[in-house]
Design a protein. Structure first.
Length: 105
């Protein structure tokens, strides 16, 4: 049996259209689609196929605007490289910033 290493990315999502103290409602599926679409645009079919296995948008907190995304070790670099270029999630103007990327056993 092979153990796959996972990487967890913590992302802060800011919206210039809303104040900091307002709730920001973004479904995890919308975050997943936005990141997948941007990986496809910047890294092509290779990037899209590489992240497909094990890529999950795990959690999004509406109050703190923090999202947690999980990916396999290796393709996580493709996801972290597209984060600055994601400007729209679910047809809303957004700004992503990666806070940290950690591993889990």
């Amino acid at each position: 049996m092979v153990r796959h290493k996972q990487r967890y990315m913590v992302i802060e999502i800011n919206s210039p259209q809303q104040r900091k103290d307002d709730s920001l409602v973004i479904p995890s599926s919308a975050l997943y689609r936005a990141l997948s679409k941007k990986v496809q645009q910047l890294h092509g079919d290779f990037g899209s196929a590489a992240i497909r296995e094990g890529f999950v948008a795990k959690y999004f907190n509406e109050k703190t605007r923090i999202a947690i995304v999980r990916s396999r070790h290796g393709p996580h670099k493709l996801i972290t490289t597209v984060l600055p270029f994601v400007t729209e999630i679910d047809k809303k103007q957004e700004e992503d910033r990666r806070a940290m990327c950690k591993s889990a056993k």
